[in-house]
Design a protein around this ligand. Structure first.
Ligand SMILES: Cc1cc2nc3c(=O)[nH]c(=O)nc-3n(C[C@H](O)[C@H](O)[C@H](O)COP(=O)(O)OP(=O)(O)OC[C@H]3O[C@@H](n4cnc5c(N)ncnc54)[C@H](O)[C@@H]3O)c2cc1C
Length: 410
């Protein structure tokens, strides 16, 4: 149903700004409130990947179709990635199509956050930073994570090495998860994701950086800062409740297996705006368009929580076998992400005991993927090389290098 009242959106991130752009373009009065000083400040220079394998449609074509202009931000296209197996074997997977695009998050002009901010302003939305509003006073809730299901930490550095991407499955360096290396135009990021809660998480990042230094000796590293944050993975009873639309990470609309969430953030923001404009029913469309992917990812996460390096190795081998057969590495990874009847069945079986209800969710029936406990195998001593990485970072930090996360920050 079309409405003439001003729309208030909580959160000027990707989902909130996408919704604001669509609504303001349609002539509605839109106010976006963000507690931070600017869009993208949550991430502060982090590189993230816009995946392009979970469906046949190219994400940038989707963006254009929805009325967003991908040329507003810098995106570097990749057709290949180094796949690092848990036993340190390095292979390459590639595709004739765009496999993914790397974008920067943050407050610099070329970031995706600032691109979406410009689109919202251009469309006529009013943005209010350092503005604290109540959830009850907003129609769209787009404020990112509330709880913690997993965390990721990374070090950003200067390098002379050409653009390069590596993705590593290794249960020691990235418990239950993966680490990655991204180099774009002289700036690098080495990041590790922890799907099990650890004390002294720096240990994992230091060891991961030491690993990359050893196996990619031609990469020079001059650390600039450390970044990171938490991811919130929830299933909600309703995505539209008490007159409010829950979009992006606030609605738990992310990939539970590996944490990809930007595509669904923009998508859900767009759908919420379309509902307000009377063009669809948000609840119905989220369930039809997004939930099959979310449920598949819950099933995938359930399986991931039960395995370690032996299965990671099996996955890497299967991926490379499929790459050889088809000449396209996107097919195997795409299959992993796409809804299948057996994943839906597994979701039905496992989600009741895998997710824990959130008592603070204003009676919305939110169930969260808990941050799992560490395993015995997560306790190990840092190597000498990792200690050197820690010392190097310490000296950068003492001369002004910033860490934009704490164990509890988002
Ligand atoms: C370290 C890390 C790496 C990631 N890597 C990837 C990746 O490679 N690919 C990918 O697709 N996804 C990735 N993700 C997930 C992705 O970042 C999120 O899914 C996506 O940003 C969610 O968009 P959003 O609009 O819901 O939230 P955001 O874009 O984070 O925006 C939320 C906004 O709400 C604001 N806010 C918070 N609280 C309030 C409040 N009370 N009132 C008002 N405003 C508030 C915040 O300041 C922020 O501006 C990563 C996440 C993390 C933490």
């Amino acid at each position: 149903m079309a409405q003439a009242e001003p729309i208030h959106i909580m959160g000027a991130g990707l989902s909130g700004l996408a919704a604001a752009t669509t609504l303001a373009k349609a002539g509605l009065e839109v106010h976006v409130h963000d507690i931070r000083q600017d869009s993208g400040q949550r991430f502060d220079g982090d590189f993230q990947a816009l995946e392009n394998w979970s469906m046949d449609a190219d994400f940038f074509d989707q963006l254009r179709e929805w009325g967003y202009d991908p040329s507003e931000f810098k995106a570097t296209e990749f057709t290949e990635v180094d796949l690092i197996h848990p036993d340190d074997e390095i292979t390459k997977t590639y595709s004739p199509k765009v496999a993914y695009r790397i974008v920067e998050r943050g407050t610099s002009k070329h970031t995706i956050d600032q691109g979406f901010k410009r689109m919202a302003i251009e469309a006529g939305a009013n943005l209010h930073y350092k503005s604290r509003v109540k959830e009850e006073d907003c129609q769209i809730i787009a404020c990112g994570p509330k709880g913690t299901s997993a965390v990721a930490y990374g070090e950003i550095f200067k390098t002379k090495h050409p653009n390069h991407i590596a993705f590593q499955m290794n249960d020691k360096l990235a418990p239950g998860s993966y680490s990655y290396l991204i180099i774009i135009d002289g700036i690098g990021l080495i990041c590790t994701c922890l799907w099990r809660k650890q004390r002294g998480s720096d240990r994992f990042l230091n060891e991961t950086i030491a690993w990359y230094q050893k196996h990619y000796p031609d990469i020079d590293i001059e650390p600039i800062k450390r970044v990171g944050g938490k991811g919130d993975f929830t299933i909600n009873k309703n995505y539209f409740q008490d007159g409010r639309y829950y979009v992006g990470e606030s609605g738990g609309l992310q990939d539970f297996m590996w944490g990809f969430g930007m595509r669904m953030a923009v998508w859900s923001g767009h759908l919420a705006a379309q509902d307000i404009l009377g063009n669809c029913n948000y609840e119905t469309e989220v369930r039809k368009q997004l939930m099959p992917y979310v449920k598949t990812s819950v099933a995938n996460r359930f399986l991931m929580n039960r395995v370690g390096d032996r299965t990671f190795k099996y996955m890497c081998k299967a991926w490379m076998k499929d790459q050889k057969k088809r000449g396209d590495g996107l097919v195997w990874i795409g299959k992993l992400f796409r809804p299948r009847w057996y994943k839906s069945l597994l979701y039905l079986l496992v989600n009741p005991f895998m997710l824990k209800s959130d008592p603070k969710a204003m009676g919305r029936g939110v169930r969260r993927l808990p941050f799992r406990k560490a395993k015995k195998r997560d306790i190990w001593e840092q190597s000498e090389d990792a200690k050197k990485v820690a010392e190097r970072w310490d000296s950068v930090r003492r001369s002004g290098g910033k860490t934009s996360f704490s164990e509890t920050s988002d």
